[in-house]
Design a protein around this ligand. Structure first.
Ligand code: ZN
Length: 347
């Protein structure tokens, strides 16, 4: 039915770069499916792996097929699998979990401490075929195209972060206008926030944000003061909820400063190493902080598909599409810091 080998984009040497290789088509186990990949999204994680920075060199074994953002269709089904059909379009959760931990046994699969990521710890999705536990498969409704299916993983990060707290009628400050921050702004609007302010220091990204979510107030914090913006919007006591998506210490400080008493912060951005935090300020403002990792399995997936079917539109966050033969151009766009999501076509 399928060939024995496939094209795959791999880290095949412990040095910067990725290489197109011929790899064996994965053999599936009884609880797994084989997915023919149609489209994949390039993630910041993939850029770290391409660059072979300290994190990547210390985390990713070589050789490794990279990539974890994908849409495709099921072409082979393990003998224990029920409820999935050949030809079914799907995306899927790239975090492979164990079922023995306390959190998994409580049904909080996204909190399993033994989670392994495809494209990082296990062979990934930048390939013509991907094997995945049937448990991780998320079927795609007909009205969600492969382009969107290929970015559900980062959209899921945005949805998980944005829905950490009730946003209905709230004033929301989002720091970091990368693709996930921009999508979080779209989700916050969809979820009924009154004002959504999105900050960055990169003018190109703020321009993209205004294009994707016209109703968001973008702020270049190198040119504009957040206090002035809050005043202009009539927020006399501050923002209710902060979503920190940049990993920047300065941004986190700005969020704490700009929040109302008793405000809430969800943190998705990862600060480099140890960052000094003024804890006294957080205590005296009675602020709640939540760290966010991955997506809730599978509530985040359920909610994001439902929102996409109910008018949430993030399609313009995809700024570049390439045939996979032009993957180097796609990575160059990502590395420029000016792009939104870059999608590679494997068909
Ligand atoms: Zn990703």
């Amino acid at each position: 039915m399928t060939a024995n080998t496939m094209k795959a984009l791999a880290k095949s040497k412990p040095e910067p770069g990725l290489w197109m290789i011929e790899a064996p088509v994965p053999e599936i186990g009884p609880d797994e499916v084989l997915i023919r990949i149609n489209k994949t999204g390039i993630c910041g994680t993939d850029i770290h792996i391409w660059n072979w920075d300290e994190w990547a060199a210390g985390t990713v074994p070589v050789p490794m097929i990279t990539g974890h953002e994908f849409a495709g269709e099921i072409v082979e089904i393990g003998r224990n699998v029920t409820g999935l059909t050949l030809g079914q379009r799907c995306s899927g959760e790239g975090h492979l979990i164990g079922t023995d931990s306390r959190q998994s046994r409580a049904g909080k699969f996204h909190l399993d401490p033994g989670t392994r990521g495809i494209g990082v710890n296990e062979q990934g999705a930048f390939a013509q075929y991907l094997k995945l536990p049937a448990f991780n498969v998320v079927p795609l409704p007909d009205d969600i195209p492969d382009d969107i299916g290929a970015i559900l993983d980062p959209l899921g990060n945005a949805v998980h972060t944005a829905l950490s707290f009730d946003l209905l009628g709230e004033d929301v400050l989002i720091t970091g206008a990368g693709p996930i921050g921009i999508m979080a702004a779209a989700v916050a609007r969809h979820a009924g926030a009154r004002n959504v302010v999105l900050t960055d220091i990169n003018a190109d990204r703020l321009t993209l944000a205004a294009d994707v979510v016209p109703s968001v107030r973008t702020v270049n914090v190198t040119k504009e003061d957040l206090h002035d913006v809050a005043h202009e919007l009539g927020l006399t006591e501050g923002f209710d909820v902060g979503l920190e998506m940049s990993g920047s210490q300065a941004a986190l400080d700005q969020v704490v400063e700009a929040l109302v008493m008793g405000g809430k912060i969800a943190l998705l951005g990862i600060p480099p190493g140890e960052s000094p935090v003024n804890w006294g300020r957080i205590v005296f403002k009675a602020i709640t902080i939540k760290g966010v990792y991955g997506r809730e399995m599978f509530e985040t997936w359920y909610k994001m598909i439902a929102m996409l079917q109910n008018g949430l539109d993030v399609s313009r966050v995809i700024t570049h599409r390439f045939d996979v033969s032009e993957f180097a151009e796609g990575f160059a766009e990502m590395k420029s810091g000016r792009s939104g999501k870059v999608v590679l076509d494997w068909r």
